[in-house]
Design a protein around this ligand. Structure first.
Ligand code: AP5
Length: 219
């Protein structure tokens, strides 16, 4: 059975940062729904235009197109062993659809890593975040600086500040998260999959806690 690990948590909690590290350790591919949408925006696809109209407002992109996009991604050969899902599912309906997809592709959700942090931390992290244009590598102006200002360490591409990281949009995204995504905490707790991790620690300590939890239970 293919292994799927879900990273759940509010905007800026550190899901993407930890997914980049976990993918090295587990050798599972990293699938970020946000990155897939941003790729579509950059390539000016029809999906990208639709997604942008929601993302700029801090709202969720409708379930039907999001589910289809993830389905297409999971169907690719590099997901044969499974994947680390970052930012998907985000609603109970998306979680139900994921179950169906994985049953079809011969996979299962092994663990849901729920990374927590308070609102002040989320704002500090999103307001100082820089992302790489080519592959979405993640930096922070204070906590995780690139070697050369404005340039990605890994691929040399330009670093940019995400359009949805303004204070106003982040506040909306946190509200949307509380209303639409928080129900997934109970959803996965009831299924015995949820592992809560304190995301308000240094990156290295969060990684240590994630790996310990995964080794003890799932890997
Ligand atoms: P998405 O891109 O998924 O954004 P998000 O879930 O809001 O999460 P973020 O990427 O903002 O934060 P993160 O938790 O990954 O934190 P990161 O590691 O970068 O989604 C964007 C939009 O796309 C959504 O609003 C929605 O419109 C749409 N969308 C996406 N998925 C969807 C879905 N399934 N359904 C519908 N719509 C969807 O870290 C943040 C910063 O903090 C970085 O600068 C990092 O360097 C720093 N940092 C990380 N960890 C630490 C630490 N421990 N200590 C100090 N700094 C840290």
């Amino acid at each position: 059975m293919a292994t799927y690990i879900i990273l759940l948590g509010p905007p800026g909690a550190g899901k993407g940062t930890q997914a980049e590290i976990l993918t090295e350790t587990t050798k599972l591919v990293h699938i970020s729904s946000g990155d897939l949408f941003r790729e579509n925006i950059q390539n000016q696809t029809k999906l990208g235009k639709l997604a942008k109209s929601y993302m700029d407002k801090g709202e969720l992109v409708p379930d039907d197109v999001t589910i289809d996009m993830i389905r297409d991604r999971i169907a690719r050969a590099d997901c044969e062993a499974g994947a680390i899902l970052d930012g998907f599912p985000r609603t109970p309906n998306q979680a139900d659809e994921l179950e169906k997809m994985l049953a079809e592709f011969g996979g299962q959700v092994n663990a849901v890593l729920y990374i927590t942090a308070n609102e002040l931390i989320l704002i500090e992290r999103t307001s100082g975040r820089w992302s790489c244009r080519a592959q979405g590598h993640i930096y922070h102006q204070q906590f995780n600086m690139p070697k050369k200002p404005g340039i990605c360490d890994y691929d040399g591409s330009e670093l940019y500040h995400r359009d949805d990281d303004t204070a106003e949009t982040v506040a909306i995204r946190i509200g949307v998260y509380l209303e639409q995504t928080m129900p997934l905490v109970e959803y996965y707790r009831k299924r015995g999959k949820l592992i809560e991790i304190n995301g308000a620690q240094a990156v290295e300590q969060v990684t240590k806690d994630l790996l310990t939890a995964l080794k003890d239970n799932y890997l």
